[in-house]
Write a protein that binds this ligand. Structure first.
Ligand code: GLA
Length: 378
């Protein structure tokens, strides 16, 4: 049973009767443009066909009463925000806090949550629960939905309530995804363009089976290092470093300058990748993905043995245009662009090579770029 079916079943068990609305929020995969969003650069993510769902029914008092599959039930008061509890419900509370703080008037609701987006895998289960919560608030309170503004408020919840200094990529992908398209987002102007996934190419997600927790990872450190590098280079943000001003040779660059080089070259690769996608050129797109992985591994240093092993296995397999780690890194998933006719043999080849190299099991799935968060009346 998929997440929608499980959320509906959980709702009946937990709250009795029927929900009024079913909210769906997708995970996302980033095709290229990694660790560039908080440096005001470019990203190219797509929403995927894996959802987090909430079955929702309004209630008369100012309380959000939520149960997430396999977790404890939590009651969140909308008239007095408490401190974070340190679990999944912080995302729900954080979003209700961020919406209330800027004047949205919320009403209470009961909600049952089930998800097919793996947690800690780099597929943005956190943006999915944030946007799904915002959507549940919209359907119960009936306010105007501006997807970019809501995505920005969800990011604020993650930064200020949960305590992860993430950029805006995940929330925009979840809010504004479109079937069969990736989103080229300029993280400075917030201008975005939908770019079609090249025909004949499949997006394959390769899960290493290793997990990280974003809060405790080096994510916040990397962000600080980028700020330090920008200061060292005399710019407000790494977006403004001209590519020509950074040495190309690999040796003897200090860590902050290597971080900067990744961001500068990744921005250029992301724009080139969007161009390749517009032209339906999966080969060029794949080459840029391979280069992105090398830069994340050597300059930004956010890969891991498992991620390197799975990316190498993918790049060596027949039909692969290119592969790279996706999301924050450190653990989780890689993404590959693969000839659609080779997708099945590709999955088998990667699983075998990866198992031989690491003793671990790889879970691979072909995913389809999908629409962003939505709500359906029941
Ligand atoms: C996480 C963050 C994003 C982005 C990526 C790295 O997914 O939530 O904002 O910084 O890492 O590209």
């Amino acid at each position: 049973m998929d997440a929608a079916g499980r959320a509906l079943r959980l709702f009946r068990e937990e709250f009795g009767g029927e929900p009024e609305t079913l909210v769906r929020a997708p995970g996302r995969v980033n095709l290229i443009g990694e660790h560039t969003d908080y440096n005001e650069g470019f990203v190219l993510p797509a929403a995927i066909d894996r959802d987090l769902c909430i079955a929702v029914r309004p209630r008369p008092d100012p309380l959000v009463d939520v149960r997430s599959e396999g977790r404890e039930r939590r009651a969140i008061a909308l008239d007095r925000f408490e401190h974070r509890v340190g679990d999944w419900s912080d995302y729900v509370q954080g979003v209700t806090w961020a919406l209330s703080e800027v004047g949205y008037r919320l009403v209470g609701w009961d909600g049952a949550i089930a998800s097919d987006v793996p947690v800690g895998a780099g597929l943005s289960s956190s943006a999915a629960i944030e946007l799904a919560t915002a959507k549940a608030c919209e359907t119960t309170a009936g306010f105007r939905w501006d997807p970019t503004e809501i995505a920005t408020l969800c990011r604020r919840a993650e930064n200020r309530w949960v305590g992860v200094a993430s950029g805006l990529m995940d929330q925009i992908a979840c809010a504004r995804g479109r079937r069969d398209h990736a989103i080229l987002l300029d993280c400075r102007s917030l201008d975005l363009e939908l770019v079609p996934v090249p025909g004949g190419a499949s997006i394959v997600i390769l899960d290493t089976g290793t997990r990280r927790e974003l809060k405790s990872s080096a994510y916040n450190d990397r962000r600080r290092e980028c700020e330090a590098a920008a200061r060292e280079l005399g710019v407000g943000s790494l977006r403004d470093v001209p590519a020509a001003s950074l040495p190309i040779s690999t040796a003897s660059l200090s860590p902050p300058l290597r971080r900067a080089r990744h961001v500068v070259t990744e921005n250029a690769r992301t724009l080139a990748a969007a161009e390749a996608m517009r032209a339906g050129d999966a080969r060029s797109m794949g080459r840029l993905m391979n280069e992105s992985h090398a830069s994340l591994r050597d300059d930004f240093e956010v890969s891991s043995e498992a991620l390197d092993a799975i990316v190498e296995a993918a790049q060596a397999a027949d039909g692969c245009f290119g592969a790279r780690l996706t999301g924050a890194g450190f653990a989780g998933c890689a993404v590959a662009l693969v000839d659609e006719f080779a997708a099945a043999s590709f999955e088998r080849a990667v699983s075998t090579t990866y198992a031989r190299a690491t003793g671990r099991t790889c879970t691979a799935y072909v995913c389809r770029a999908s629409d962003g968060v939505s709500a359906q009346s029941r």
